[in-house]
Design a protein around this ligand. Structure first.
Ligand SMILES: Cc1cc2nc3c(=O)[nH]c(=O)nc-3n(C[C@H](O)[C@H](O)[C@H](O)COP(=O)(O)OP(=O)(O)OC[C@H]3O[C@@H](n4cnc5c(N)ncnc54)[C@H](O)[C@@H]3O)c2cc1C
Ligand code: SF4
Length: 501
């Protein structure tokens, strides 16, 4: 029986973030552990609703009220079991998810602050590591069937773990030099220290999953070879085709880059400092992977842009501007536009925004300005209005509003255009749709015996969706291989986030 007055007795509280001057001098995570007292207090705020809308907000169907109550009563072992029943990697989502479950929490309906679901999740996840070091759960008997998973992001890893635990022989192929997908080199350490990935990989390895890094499927090994060696293939190659702006004058100048080029390289430098591998010192055009002393302009308003901001400050940027095409969102939910329990359009302040920099809304770059040597020295921006006409975005500059912002380094974080066009697609007989994603039939197959999941299927999305799709695709593969019983399938390929429109 939950505490019916918990939310009346306690306000929503998160652990204090590490002080800005301290945290920007290193790459460690921003949040320290919350401590048992705080987290049990916060779990007490959960009402154990008759209809827990937090479930509908989460594509994994996490049993949120159950584990809130188990934490409240100090029953940590059972909380760990309950959380892992629906989520392979709560240490990733607990740290990184934007928490659609919290936007859907019933407390938000009555003007109260939602339960700190995500923080409770991460504390349970870390308790699991502390208690038994993520005890492996190998299958009791092998099925003799074999699956290739292409791509080692959260979708591929979740599917691999589900399939290995069901007794199938699973090999994960990854073209990068390390496993983890965007978690490894896309997302900086101050959001996710890589020890969390490594601990999970040790568990997957002990459960029988084989990893082959440095293998670009479609190039180093053909689809035909993979199909000959395995009974089914799962494609989980992500949506890594960065959007660009080739029509903007000056795009070819030195110092103007895709954000991911800088971010991935910068994260590799951090990784190299940790394990002794040689650091990459410059980008292909000779630009140092370092914002030290530079005026940095980041174009875009999402996760990638915020991650670039945090990296720039840790590298010692002289100043950072973050430009957004759209007007500044409201700070409170607009119930007419995004009624509870849907995900609201809100001004999102990431910890990186607390660390400095200036956000400029409703502006578009008109030109990257040359310093006379082929190196960018400024961006010329104009204030704009943005309208949707027949589904097309029309951006109109306001006459006389142009101005320059100094820039030595410009990072384009303006989104992704789906999965990359690469040889693997034609070899497996799959194509990109108009959004650049690969469609799946209701049983997750994109071609006979070839399944697809994660960002590659959904388009650039979230870790929680990647895990949900990886689990569901694993269930479909298990059925396709004639496996005994059913694996959990939290979503179907057509499932969309909660929306009012
Ligand atoms: C900078 C950044 C920050 C983000 N921050 C967050 C966040 O805070 N919270 C959140 O929920 N989401 C965040 N996201 C989104 C999230 O990372 C993705 O939705 C998620 O990683 C998708 O998982 P995935 O397994 O589908 O693909 P990915 O993680 O993209 O992994 C795909 C893998 O496939 C590999 N691959 C591709 N082609 C081949 C091939 N031919 N052969 C072998 N391997 C191949 C790639 O190398 C890659 O490792 C962020 C994204 C970015 C870019
Ligand atoms: S909606 Fe909020 S209060 Fe209700 S069960 Fe879920 S977390 Fe608890």
């Amino acid at each position: 029986m939950p505490d019916p007055n918990g939310f009346l007795r306690y306000d929503r509280r998160l652990p204090a973030r590490r002080p800005v001057p301290v945290r920007i001098s290193d790459w460690r995570e921003v949040y320290p552990p919350a401590g048992e007292e705080l987290i049990r207090e916060q779990a007490t705020r959960c009402m154990d609703c008759g209809i827990p809308f937090c479930h509908d907000g989460c594509p994994l169907g996490n049993r949120i009220p159950d584990w809130n109550d188990l934490v409240r009563t100090g029953n940590w072992d059972a909380a760990v079991e309950s959380l892992h029943a629906t989520n392979n990697f709560p240490e990733f989502t607990g740290r990184l998810c934007p928490a659609p479950c919290e936007a859907a929490c019933v407390l938000g309906l009555g003007g109260q602050q939602p339960v700190t679901i995500k923080q409770v999740e991460v504390e349970i996840a870390d308790a699991a590591v502390a208690r038994d070091g993520l005890r492996p759960r190998p299958a009791s008997a092998p099925t003799g069937r074999s699956v290739a998973v292409v791509g080692s992001g959260p979708a591929g890893l979740a599917a691999a773990q589900q399939l290995a635990r069901a007794g199938h022989t699973v090999t994960v192929y990854e073209r990068d030099d390390a496993i983890g997908g965007l978690l490894r080199y896309g997302i900086p350490d101050f959001k996710l220290e890589k020890q969390h990935i490594d601990k999970r990989l040790a568990q997957l390895t002990a459960e029988g999953v084989r990893f082959r890094t440095g293998v670009d499927v479609g190039v180093d090994v053909t689809a035909e070879q993979l199909r000959a060696e395995h009974d089914a293939v799962l494609l989980a190659c992500g949506a890594l085709q960065g959007r660009d702006t080739p029509e903007t004058p000056g795009r070819a100048l030195r110092g103007v880059h895709q954000a991911m080029a800088h971010l991935v390289a910068a994260n590799r430098v951090v990784a190299a400092a940790g394990n002794g591998r040689p650091a990459l010192a410059t980008l292909p055009d000779g630009t140092p992977i370092d914002a030290a002393g530079k005026h940095v302009v980041i174009i875009g308003g999402g996760d990638t842009a915020a991650d670039c901001l945090g990296v720039a400050h840790r590298q010692g940027a002289a100043g950072v501007h973050q430009l957004d095409l759209y007007p500044q969102p409201p700070t409170e939910r607009d119930a007419a536009r995004d009624p509870w329990p849907t995900w609201p359009w809100l001004l999102r302040n990431y910890p990186a925004h607390e660390e400095g920099g200036e956000r400029v809304f409703a502006v578009a770059v008109q030109e990257f300005v040359d310093d006379g040597t082929g190196q960018v020295r400024a961006v010329r921006i104009a204030e704009v209005t943005v309208e949707k006409v027949d589904g097309r975005r029309i951006v109109t500059p306001l006459p006389g509003s142009e101005r320059e912002i100094p820039a030595d380094l410009v990072l384009l974080a303006i989104g992704f255009e789906g999965t990359e066009q690469q040889p693997l697609l034609a070899q497996f007989g799959v194509t990109r749709n108009a959004r650049g994603a690969v469609d799946a039939r209701p049983d997750w197959q994109a071609a006979d015996g070839v399944f697809v999941a994660g960002d590659m299927h959904r388009g650039a999305s979230l870790i929680v969706w990647a895990i949900a799709e990886g689990r569901a695709a694993a269930a479909a593969i298990h059925a396709y291989l004639g496996g005994v019983g059913e694996l959990p399938a939290p979503v179907d390929p057509a499932r969309q986030p909660l929306a009012a429109r």
